[in-house]
Ligand binder design. Sequence first.
Ligand code: ADP
Ligand code: ADP
Length: 228
Amino acid sequence: MASITLNHLVKQYGDGFPAVNDVSIDIADGEFLILVGPSGCGKSTLLRMIVGLEDITSGDLLINGQRVNDKEPRERNLSMVFQNYALYPHLTVYENIAFPLRLSKGKFSEEEIDRKVRTASATLDLDDHLQRKPANLSGGQRQRVAMGRAIVREADAFLFDEPLSNLDAKLRGQMRAEIAQLQRRMGITAVYVTHDQTEAMTLGDRVAVLKKGILQQIASPRELYEQP
Ligand code: ADP
Ligand code: ADP
């Protein structure tokens, strides 16, 4: 895994106030950072800047101490998990999870791919569903396939954009527990956007609060939610 340093990051679209305005956060290797704030405060923009889908207007982004502002998303080796899963409907669970490994052409043998897919699917309890198509899976299972795809890449960190917000309460609880378990097993570095206080309390080492692109506060979930 990796540390991620946001150093005075700014994102300016057009001439309005900046979508992300001078945000500095040191995210330690293995830290699970929760990102909260009202709609439009810059959460998604910040995630996209970190993963490399959005240019940085000013400031520096460091991964393991190395400046990556000008690196392609692929070179940053971070993994983004979205709420809408983004699975390939015509591929099996196995092939969906294997997909990122096949993209890096010739890098992995079939044996390696198979071993990585098996390890991820065991971690996520998907072993019995490898030959199914996404349409035949529950929402929670689909979410796990999306996570499996993130895991096999052995990414340096995970970025989650409200990954559970489309699930019903029961599944959300299950997935929350699974992500917590994943975190305990793998010690992942993560930036996790959510509106759900329970997720923030369960998963977060720290919670960063954004408002109009500005970092308002950064504290442990306890400090933030249990203050008098
Ligand atoms: P959040 O994820 O917290 O809801 P966003 O990061 O999506 O917030 O948006 C932050 C601000 O940037 C908003 O004012 C939004 O309208 C603006 N914004 C987001 N994406 C674009 C874009 N591609 N072009 C122009 N403005 C954008
Ligand atoms: P099922 O999930 O239907 O029980 P398995 O996952 O046991 O099927 O698959 C049987 C064997 O085929 C395994 O050894 C597995 O590695 C391999 N396998 C399964 N799906 C694929 C695939 N899409 N591409 C390559 N090998 C696969």
